[in-house]
Every structure is written in structure tokens, then in C-alpha cells.
Design a protein around this ligand. Structure first.
Ligand code: ZN
Length: 270
């Protein structure tokens, strides 16, 4: 089975219609839809287009961002996540990715408690709509504002705390490749049945931008294939999702770039 999935943000310059046409026409079997991709048409119509195309929708990105010093903001964020769960169901995504969030005005511990509270608050909605929640640990360089969950160990702890079929983990090589405990934590995640998603790209050397300079698999220093093997050995057989934010690639011809993505994917897994 071709396990290639591409995140819509990877080809950010393309509209939803173009994206669907190009992926379908290139034999890409699956897509993860980012929130900005549904803005023009809304979730329902986006879902109709995707169902018609035959593309499999792997997940919807990205919910989360629960922590805030201000309580009324935290309530707003919980409402936003409930809306995203509903939208995920409308577009046909069985999974909502959670970038958990952090507020630099408070301790990481406070942010972590608010993340736990936030997931607890939206979990019944997730179950009602049949949408799983994937906690995605982010590289510690994003612990200021993007996520207070920074290791797979911390994400495993959180997922196991909920002990729910509706909560698991998204493993992203970009965020986790440096961790000496990675293989053990992947095995732990697999034993609990908590590996819900697997994101791939590479770490550009030297990195020009810590957010928007991700690289194609095989062109950086992440052992993508080795980590993929660990994930597979832990029992994961879902899609490998190419998620690349890149100011360089977004400026290039997207048709040529898509061809390079497909080539890089097959070279990684040949
Ligand atoms: Zn990711």
C-alpha cells in the first residue's frame, strides 16, 4: 500500500481545488487538511469535494493551544477546539492534531495543567463526533508559545492519563529526532495503542528559520527511515504524512516541488 500522505500546508500556495486536482493526478492517496485550506468553502463543502476526489483524509490540523493566563481566553480556546472537532467530522477526518500550546506569562507546569484541563473538556465532544485527538509533542525550542509538551515521554504520560480510545499521540520526526529515549518511547506508545499519526520531513543544516525551513526527507540530518522502522515495529501501519513548512519551497514551482516530494518519499522508503 502507498502510505504517502501530504499536509495541505506543504503546498501552501495551492488552493483546495488545485491541491485536490494535483494530488489525485499524481497518485498521492491521502491528505491532511489544515484549517486555512477550508476557509474558502467551509468544512461541509470541503468534505464533499474530498469525498468526491477519492483522496483519503488522514487528519485535520490543528487544534489545541489551550493554555492562557486569562480564564475567559481558555474557555474560548476550548470552544474553538469543539468547533474544530465538528469541522474534522464534516471534512471526513478521523483525527484532530493537537498542538497543545503554552503561555510564556506563566510556568510550563501551569500550561501543562491547562492542557490537561482543555483536553478533558473537549474529550466528550471528540467521542460524540467520532474524532480522535492526537497530542503532538513539539521540539523544546517551541516551549515558549507553541507547546509545553516537548517530549514523546510527556505526550505518552498525558495520553495514558486519559486512557481513552479517543486520545493518542502524533509522532513528528522534526520535533523528536534528537531525543535519546525516542526508540523506547515509540515502543511504549505502540504498546498502549497510542500511535495515531506519523509526520515526516527533515532538518535542514544549517537551519535558516526555526519554524519555516523544514527540509525534504533525505536532505537533512534526521534518520527518517530508521525512525519510521521503529514506528512500524511498534505496530503503526497508517500513513506517513509529509509536513513541510518552508519559505524556500513555497516560493518554488509547486508542480516541480510535488514531484520532488514524491521522489524523496519513495527514495526514503524504497
Ligand atoms: Zn507535525
Amino acid at each position: 500500500m502507498n502510505r504517502l500522505c501530504i499536509h495541505s500546508i506543504t503546498n501552501k500556495p495551492w488552493s483546495l481545488d488545485t491541491l485536490i486536482e494535483k494530488y489525485s493526478g499524481s497518485g498521492v492517496p491521502a491528505v491532511t487538511i489544515w484549517e486555512d485550506a477550508i476557509k474558502d468553502h467551509g468544512a461541509k463543502s470541503t468534505g464533499d469535494k474530498l469525498r468526491l476526489s477519492g483522496l483519503k483524509v488522514v487528519s485535520y490540523a490543528r487544534g489545541g493551544f489551550f493554555p492562557d493566563l486569562n480564564e475567559s481566553n481558555r474557555e474560548k480556546y476550548i470552544d474553538r477546539n469543539k468547533q474544530m472537532i465538528e469541522d474534522a467530522s464534516l471534512i471526513g477526518a478521523p483525527l484532530l492534531v493537537l498542538v497543545c500550546g503554552a503561555d510564556p506569562g506563566q510556568s510550563l507546569q501551569h500550561s501543562r495543567e491547562q492542557i490537561k484541563y482543555g483536553i478533558e473538556a473537549v474529550l466528550p465532544f471528540a467521542a460524540d463526533f467520532g474524532v480522535k485527538l492526537a497530542i503532538e509533542p513539539l521540539h523544546p525550542m517551541y516551549a515558549d508559545t507553541r507547546s509545553a509538551i516537548n517530549t514523546l515521554s510527556a505526550a505518552n504520560d498525558l495520553a495514558e492519563y486519559f486512557d481513552s480510545e479517543w486520545v493518542g499521540v502524533a509522532i513528528d520526526v522534526y520535533h523528536l529526532w534528537w531525543d535519546p529515549d525516542l526508540k523506547d518511547q515509540i515502543q511504549r506508545c505502540g504498546r498502549k495503542g497510542n500511535i495515531l499519526a506519523f509526520h515526516i520531513c527533515d532538518w535542514n543544516v544549517p537551519t535558516q528559520d526555526l519554524l519555516l525551513d523544514r527540509e525534504l526527507m533525505g536532505r537533512g540530518c534526521i534518520p527518517v527511515n530508521e525512525i519510521s522502522n521503529w514506528v512500524d515495529e511498534a505496530g503503526f501501519d497508517g500513513f506517513r504524512e509529509v509536513e513541510i513548512f518552508s519559505n524556500r519551497y513555497w516560493k518554488q514551482d509547486q508542480d516541480l516541488y510535488l514531484r520532488d516530494i514524491i521522489t524523496a518519499y519513495h527514495e526514503t522508503y524504497e
